[in-house]
Design a protein around this ligand. Structure first.
Ligand SMILES: [Fe+2]
Length: 337
């Protein structure tokens, strides 16, 4: 999806009528659609009704100033990607610093230069169109992942829980934002390659035979193949490919051993194991927390899981940082028994 010039809608916000008129005139003469607001409050209401492609706002205004208004937009995942240009006077240095901190994309001096305005508007709309495209593609991938999860009634909410447990564990061990983001996304899309696994195998109660297991084992590589073209998911690819690897080298597809397995993939593997233990599956009952922890400890002694990472995770379960979804899972446990 690209924003063509005529379709692009720009919200201009200023308490001075004369500035609004000048901006409106300039932008309309370039073919843009223009909406107006005279303070931050009005601007937020306007965005609420319909998101503009770009906002140009004054800094000092009654009711709600430009910085606070942009700050509110940046807090919400729905509106944080709307680009903003802030109009500034010559001596607004302090405000400018604050505006940069809250994520204003560009500045325009007052009185503004027409060519400078148009150049900045064009550049930001181009970036916005690019981001929209990425978001669209990512949305398709995530919807697909949830649709695949939906094929298996036993794993209801599994991806969301993995995403949450995983990002908590990633934060706990001090990973940076990019890797935390990888784990959050990886929780949802790590099994996307299961699209190649037929229901007869995916939902089979009991053990898979050799042939079926070979088909199941293709899912990490298939998942990597599906997501590889999307540059915005590059940091998630190691999770998709390596989440079935095991510490002792008995996993798949590459039989990596120990810390050859990327840390983000080890995180998802451990939280995936935990979630599989505490929920009911076609081939097993749901274990309670105590039983699950004992199984995890035993398998870690058997060298199946990263012992340091497992210790941190078990400590988080004991301290109550992890298990707050248990109340949602419990009814399934009771139904089964
Ligand atoms: Fe998997």
């Amino acid at each position: 999806m690209s924003i063509d010039k005529k379709a692009a809608e720009i919200l201009i916000v200023d308490d001075q009528e004369i500035i609004l008129r000048l901006l409106e005139e300039t932008l309309k003469s370039e073919g843009y659609t223009v909406r107006m607001a005279t303070n931050g409050m009005e601007a937020l209401e306007s965005v609420d009704k319909k998101q503009p492609d770009l906002i140009i706002t004054d800094m000092l205004m009654p009711k709600l100033n430009g910085c606070d208004m942009v700050s509110k937009l940046k807090e919400s995942s729905e509106t944080r990607l709307i680009p903003t240009i802030m109009l500034t006077g010559l001596f607004d240095f302090e405000h400018k610093v604050r505006a940069l901190e809250i994520g204003v994309d560009d500045f325009l001096g007052k009185p503004f230069n027409r060519i400078e305005l148009i150049t900045k508007v064009r550049a930001l709309l181009k970036t916005k169109a690019y981001i929209d495209q990425l978001e669209d593609a990512e949305t398709v991938i995530f919807s697909l992942a949830l649709a695949i999860e939906g094929r298996d009634p036993y794993t209801n909410g599994h991806c969301q829980r993995l995403s949450e447990y995983g990002s908590k564990l990633a934060k706990k061990i001090g990973l940076d934002d990019l890797h935390i983001d990888a784990v959050r996304k990886g929780g949802v899309i790590h099994d996307i390659g299961k699209i190649v696994v037929p229901d007869s195998i995916l939902l089979k109660p009991g053990k898979l035979n050799r042939e079926e297991y070979e088909i199941m084992k293709r899912h990490p590589e298939e998942g990597e193949r599906i997501c590889k073209p999307l540059k915005s998911l590059t940091h998630v690819l190691p999770i998709i490919r390596f989440h079935q690897e095991r510490w002792d080298g008995t996993g798949y597809p590459d039989k990596l051993v120990g810390d050859q397995i990327p840390l983000t993939a080890r995180i998802i593997a451990i939280v995936d194991f935990y979630d599989a233990l505490i929920t009911v599956r076609p081939y097993k009952k749901a274990y309670n927390i105590q039983e699950s922890m004992e199984i995890m400890e035993t398998e870690t002694k058997e060298n199946k899981w990263d012992p340091n990472l497992m210790k941190v995770f078990l400590d988080m379960i004991i301290s109550g940082e992890i298990d707050h979804h248990i109340s949602e899972i419990k009814p399934i446990i009771y139904d089964y028994s």
